[in-house]
Ligand binder design. Structure first.
Ligand SMILES: Cc1cc2nc3c(=O)[nH]c(=O)nc-3n(C[C@H](O)[C@H](O)[C@H](O)COP(=O)(O)O)c2cc1C
Length: 364
């Protein structure tokens, strides 16, 4: 029994490293797109905006951040991941943006791995803790609280990843009490909670159900970027589940569905790759955008490359805003927009009333 436990603990830790290796080695992105290419923003009529006066600061967990972006949770839990998290934290600190941790399950199982997540010791940043929804059945509220306190987290992200768990050879398919567990933790844990997908997207039905809980926010985690099913398929000996590979709700669609049904804080993640994606997501009602894989790839080239990559995105956001004659993020949320096919048809089939969506989106 004891040996089996140690084996499982090591499995959690080494899986973390294996995921990073696979994610970096091959092109592990969806073939289907995030669908932001079908959103067309209509510029404001005001020609007097200068690039230097564009303000892209915003609030994240009620704290001011310098740009509407964050490093989405990726890692921790193996000695080799400490440096990666430190480099992410350094960039988050330099640019005054938040950073997420990868699943903290490994540090609950192995106390000596806490240090691999503990970046706030060196950098005073907004830090998002992380645990899988399936683990909420396994750990009690005091263990989750301790896990957040140990790294001085500012909020807890609960990732829900049924597609990944189905394909993962050692996946946990126990989602039976997922909703009740989220509800209970949101009622009893004194931390803001964000429920996040990891690339298959949150639907309006799920967003509506989550709206009835005390959670603080939703991260769409839509399709169009990193493809976790593809990553897990490479760890699987059979190709029996290949057909799930391109399954998921694209990020732009998931964002619209989530904004339609959920009244809290919303972030858009999943294939966010350009200033144009970010500006469109903000205009559609996102409070900020998360980015994962490109930041990991930059980190491999050196910690300054992360800052360089993110500064390029920031510059692109400002140029996009200049193009649209928007001085700040509030201006973006008032822009008119068109939605092209196939997204337009899909939203119609999903019974999303665009007039209702418009009025929800304009609420700042
Ligand atoms: C290497 C890697 C590890 C990740 N690990 C986690 C994790 O432990 N917990 C989690 O909630 N999301 C995890 N994610 C998912 C990301 O937070 C993000 O939702 C997803 O990758 C989509 O963003 P992207 O297309 O910009 O990569 C991971 C992503 C990558 C690339």
């Amino acid at each position: 029994m004891q040996n089996k436990k140690i084996e499982n603990n090591n499995q959690t830790s080494s899986r973390k490293l294996e995921h990073i290796k696979i994610a970096l080695k091959k092109n592990m992105e969806f073939k289907i797109t995030n669908q932001f290419e079908n959103i067309k923003l209509i510029p404001k009529i005001d020609k007097k905006i200068s690039y230097n006066n564009i303000d892209i600061s915003t609030l994240f967990l009620n704290k001011k951040i310098s740009a509407p972006i964050f490093i989405s949770g990726m890692t921790g839990g193996h000695e080799k991941t400490f440096k990666i998290n430190l480099d992410f934290a350094n960039a988050a600190y330099e640019l005054n943006i938040p950073m997420g941790l990868g699943s903290q399950r490994a540090m609950i199982e192995h106390k000596d791995l806490i240090y691999t997540y503990n970046v706030k010791k060196d950098y005073n940043i907004i830090l998002l803790g992380n645990i899988g929804v399936a683990q909420l059945s396994k750990y009690n509220i005091n263990q989750i609280k301790k896990m957040l306190e140990d790294v001085d987290a500012d909020a807890l992200c609960i990732h829900t990843n049924p597609a990944q768990e189905i394909v993962q050879p050692e996946g946990n398919l126990n989602f039976k009490n997922a909703f009740n567990n989220i509800k209970s933790i949101a009622n009893n844990l004194n931390y803001k909670i964000i429920v996040k997908e990891v690339g298959n997207g949150i639907s309006k039905e799920v967003a509506k159900e989550l709206d009835s809980t005390n959670i603080y926010g939703i991260d769409t985690g839509g399709a169009g970027g990193t493809n976790w099913v593809a990553i897990e398929l490479l760890r699987r000996s059979e190709s029996d589940l290949n057909f799930i590979k391109e399954w998921g709700i694209p990020t732009a669609q998931s964002l619209i569905e989530t904004k339609y049904a959920f009244n809290g804080f919303i972030t858009a993640t999943g294939g966010i790759r350009s200033g144009s994606d970010i500006v469109k997501a903000l205009a559609l009602g996102a409070d900020a955008c998360g980015i994962a894989m490109p930041i990991l790839k930059s980190q491999r080239k050196g910690k300054n490359e992360i800052i360089k990559y993110l500064n390029t995105l920031i510059m692109q956001i400002k140029y996009e805003m200049k193009k649209l004659n928007c001085r700040n993020i509030e201006d973006l949320k008032l822009l008119k927009f068109n939605i092209n096919n196939p997204l337009k048809t899909v939203l119609k089939q999903r019974h999303i009333d665009l007039n209702t969506f418009q009025s929800k989106r304009n609420k700042i």
